[in-house]
Design a protein around this ligand. Structure first.
Ligand SMILES: [Zn+2]
Length: 156
């Protein structure tokens, strides 16, 4: 079986919330970086499907706006419902990404509508909760986002 980088992370040792640089791929001089945006503590707490889904819609929009240079390729939910994967062009620092996530979560506090929640635009358009998404965002902001999964002294 091919080894998957994130399966080697010891999920019992990490301290959420954090942003983790999960790897850089470079081919023909072009780099693509992957980050974990871990919002809740693995195996202790996880988001509901509606909260995760609404955060996905909001972060897909806000992270594109908050990371300069139109570098976002993809932002997708983790199947364990504890966070998101972010894939971008280039090699932004973990701090750049953590600060963009912080600004995005702050913006969620004043959101009144969720983008793309019609049957035409979304694959499960009734499964959304802005209230629960706001609660997750608030909890992450109150704990602070670390730029190191193992070190809570590195909160942005
Ligand atoms: Zn959707």
């Amino acid at each position: 079986m091919k080894e998957v980088e994130s399966f080697k992370l010891d999920h019992t040792k990490v301290k959420a919330p954090y942003v983790r640089a999960a790897g850089v791929l470079t081919r023909d001089g072009v780099s693509i970086s992957k980050f974990d945006l871990r919002l809740t503590q693995p195996n202790k707490e996880f988001m509901t499907s509606p909260a995760l889904h609404t955060l996905e819609h909001l972060l897909a929009t806000f992270m594109r706006e908050e990371l300069p240079g139109d570098i976002v390729i993809d932002l997708s939910p983790m199947g364990c419902r504890t966070g998101f994967y972010l894939i971008v062009w280039g090699e932004p620092t973990t701090e750049d990404v953590a600060l963009a996530l912080k600004r995005s979560l702050l913006r969620i506090g004043s959101v009144t509508t969720v983008p793309a929640t019609t049957e035409v635009e979304c694959g499960n358009y009734i499964s959304h909760s802005l209230d629960e998404a706001k609660t997750v965002a608030r909890n992450v902001l109150s704990r602070g986002i670390s730029t190191d999964p193992f070190d809570r002294t590195r909160v942005v």
